[in-house]
Design a protein around this ligand. Structure first.
Ligand code: PLP
Length: 375
């Protein structure tokens, strides 16, 4: 993990300085691992809005409810954060070729920043990854290899290829820079809440980079004296079709067993054995958080509620956090006055295949009847 001289940062920059900088994640450059600013590869990513879910809060009966919308980022998901820092650092280190196993979204993100940096990207993803991710990644010029298996199988292929060809592996937690990118999520949350953290953050957990990253942001800001208090209680949300972290959390174990027959519509959560299992479980416990599952059928329903009540077209991973909120409210794990932040990690537009099921189109006859009714 990257460590910083926090007191040096503290004397180099103030909250006041920060507030005058452009609204993207590179405003926190002192807390990111790039030595020379010339190496920064950016599309102005970051500082995504935090939105008040006022209609849903009334329905649910919990008033202090917010959603950070990462669907607004380049590439449509929060993978852009890790990729921007990761590719910038790769450039700084003189790396020419990187390889990544991905469920889909990370492939698109690294291809995007790779293209901008002139770094070659090899992306290995499951054959049943969303079409939009395959097409996106390939259009951006990365080499796309489709594997009959899951992201863990893709991981084995990448590890072998990197050994054989000397490519740089950017698999989750294989290098420390991707985590630094996701850390900016936590830095932004703190700044957007007025240098404070909400009491509870609900995170859709796949490889766990964002979860660990937000907690790292909290600890660094706390050690710098920029925030105080116990920090956010971090909740890992998984699908009941692939919930290795939840199972280990409930068992009291410190590592994860591989989840057999992992299956969920939330592709980003289909990680049968996260590489950073120990770190994820440690983070949840250290923050006084918890881990909980939701079902795929409910996720579909939550996507529609977020869309029709709030006008937010969420990804299935993000929609899962709404369900987790409801179950944690009914078990009273979340208190009435807690500020709760849901993370919508991507745009629903990347999941058009999922929306097909709930889409309804009027027949010609229906259309005419409707018009007459309205007259
Ligand atoms: C990758 C991904 C996740 C999970 O992120 P991790 O950092 O691997 O836990 C959640 N949502 C979306 C949309 C993703 O692409």
């Amino acid at each position: 993990m990257v460590t910083y001289d926090l007191s040096a940062i503290n004397s180099a920059v103030t909250k006041e300085d920060l507030s005058k900088r452009p609204f993207n994640m590179w405003r926190y450059r002192e807390m990111l691992p790039i030595e020379n600013e010339k190496n920064i590869i950016s599309l102005q990513e970051g500082f995504t809005p935090i939105i008040d879910l006022s209609a849903l809060s009334k329905d649910i009966g919990h008033l202090r409810l917010y959603l950070k919308d990462e669907g607004r980022l380049p590439t449509g998901t929060f993978k852009a954060r890790g990729a921007s820092v990761g590719i910038s650092k790769a450039k700084e280190l003189g790396i020419r070729t990187v390889a990544i196993p991905t469920a889909g979204n990370a492939g698109g993100a690294w291809a995007t920043y790779g293209a901008r940096a002139g770094i070659e990207v090899y992306s290995v993803m499951p054959f049943d990854a969303p079409d939009v991710c395959k097409h996106e990644t390939s259009t951006l010029g990365a080499h796309v290899y489709l594997v009959k298996g899951l992201i863990s199988d893709a991981g084995d292929i990448v590890a072998d290829a990197c050994k054989k060809y000397g490519w740089f592996s950017i698999a989750t937690f294989n290098e420390p820079y991707r985590l630094e990118g996701k850390k900016t999520l936590g830095l932004e949350i703190a700044e957007q809440f007025g240098w404070d953290f909400p009491e509870v953050i609900l995170y859709p957990c796949g490889g766990g980079v964002g979860l660990v990253g937000i907690w790292k942001a909290y600890k660094e800001l706390r050690d710098m004296g920029w925030v105080d208090g116990p920090g956010p209680r971090m909740v890992a949300v998984q699908s009941d079709g692939c919930a290795p972290v939840v199972r280990s959390f409930l068992n009291g174990s410190t590592t994860c067993e591989k989840w057999i027959n992992a299956e969920t519509i939330a592709d980003g959560l289909r990680v049968p054995k996260p590489l950073a299992d120990t770190l994820i479980l440690k983070t949840i416990r250290e923050s006084n958080g918890c881990a909980t599952t939701v079902s795929d059928a409910e996720i579909q329903n939550a996507i529609i509620r977020l869309a029709r009540k709030e006008g937010i077209l969420a990804c299935p991973e993000g929609a899962a956090t709404l369900l987790a909120l409801e179950s944690l409210l009914s078990s009273e794990w979340i208190n009435k006055n807690d500020r709760v932040l849901l993370l919508n990690t991507g745009s629903g537009l990347k999941y058009s295949e999922l929306m097909e099921e709930s889409a309804h189109f009027l027949e010609e006859g229906e259309f005419i009847t409707n018009i007459q009714k309205n007259e």
